[in-house]
Design a protein around this ligand. Sequence first.
Ligand code: SAM
Length: 248
Amino acid sequence: MLRRTCPVKPPQPWPARAAATLTGPLFGYLSRQAARPHGLAGRLLGRIWIRETAVVNDVAIDLLDAKPGERVVEIGCGPGRALGWLAADGATVVGVDVSPTMLATARRRNAHLVAGGRLELLLGDGIALPLPDDAVDGVVGVHTIYFWPDPAATFGEAARVLRPGGRLVLAYRAGEHPLPRRLDPSVYHAPTTEQLTKWLDAAGFAHVDVRWRPDVEHGVAWVTAVLPGTSKPVSVRTAAGEPAAPSG
Ligand SMILES: C[S@@+](CC[C@H](N)C(=O)[O-])C[C@H]1O[C@@H](n2cnc3c(N)ncnc32)[C@H](O)[C@@H]1O
């Protein structure tokens, strides 16, 4: 008797096929908007993210643990919710984004901070941060690495603008877990945390630490790292809440 050696997928029922035909282009469009929001759809997405990514951002902000008087840059700041909370910690904040639409939203939401000189919003790409060397104490990026044209180069930039002892916190859907179907994989490039760690090592970071918080969001990794140097005391909070030792 002839036996099949490879499994054959049963054909999908037509409603599922029709749904996939309709949602595929929509998910592709929304994913491209997420990479560089523009127009009305971009503004609407920005409004959605303010709630949707709040908890992941809050954990990242907590891990960065910005101190009063420190200067922090957020790469891919989007609508600027995290910028406001970083400033509330007493830091002076710089938001960098490739999208003028998102910068306008961030400016509107944080007008008082901009007016008070506590927040600067700069159009730019993480691959060439519009900041001088040794300019900041912290770098943060949430749900943005997927869209960076060259993550290794961007981590090099983060190392360049950080002062010795500066901290980096990154939160993203890591490649170890499948992406939700609504995120188009041809737009959302999700490296594994192993790959990310290699890039951070190559950029000169130390104390690279990966945290998973399925209680907050399944599949999201929070990665922290410290730029070696002892110019000032450093504390990147560990999962247990203890400060990590600065590297010598
Ligand atoms: C999905 S949104 C996340 C926004 C915000 N961080 C949050 O958690 O809600 C991604 C943001 O990254 C920005 N972005 C994409 N590529 C970038 C790059 N190479 N450099 C800086 N920002 C970038 C996009 O314009 C967008 O505002």
